[in-house]
Design a protein around this ligand. Sequence first.
Ligand code: SIN
Ligand code: MN
Length: 272
Amino acid sequence: MKLTDTQIKFYKDQGYLIVENIFSKEEINTLKESAKIFEELKFSPNVICEKNGSIRSVFSPNNKVDSYDWLCKQKRLVEPARQLIGNDVYMYQFKLNNKKALSDECWEWHQDFPYWHLDDGVRFPDMVSIMILFQDTTILHGALLFIPKSHKDGVVDFEEKKHLQIRKNENKKNNLINSLNNDLKYTVKKDLIISNEENIAVGEGGIGTCIFFHPNLFHASNSNLSPIDRNTAIITYNDIENLPSNQDRPDFLCSRNYDAIKFEEREINSER
Ligand code: SIN
Ligand code: MN
């Protein structure tokens, strides 16, 4: 799938692009079904749980489940990523984010690039993330919220979190992974969200919709007070010439496989 010039221009100007119907309902249902295996793998380091025990995120699901390996190599994702970045890409990070029905789990306002730049040593924001909606998603389900054009400001000031500063001094390793729970390490200074109040947009869409977003876009998401689970996959591609210089974080957070992705033409296989 190739993006049109108008779509590319829109992304560059707004910092996001929503494209509906990239994946079929059948494909998404196969992906959802195959994610059930992670319930049995809750104690793996790449599976992050909420305090109530439900799964918040699964990192690198492609290493365990074939249908996720299939997903991240799809031409429908890789070709637009190449167009938006302007070079060959490799997969930097892949995560599944779940929000249980009727729960108060949320994501604070943040940019993604500070983690990749400050913690992993990636120089340029020549990256793109793609969120794939696993069900019809509205604001009621805790859809992605974002501020269009906020990617143009580069990395902005963080909200100071004193309790995280104390933890940082205590344990470097914990500091590198504590961005995974609902107390994010780098959050956008509240004043910047307040001054953009009028501009907040919602990433709503039907099952199989993809939201492409820039690593510096301010984004967040609310709790899911609807009676159905909100599940999503977020795949980040990076320019093959923009490699990280630090290897402190585990490779399920910052991939060490820098090979340019080759498209996979086969159909999704629910058996593997
Ligand atoms: C994220 O910012 O990585 C997650 C946002 C979400 O799952 O709503
Ligand atoms: Mn994010």
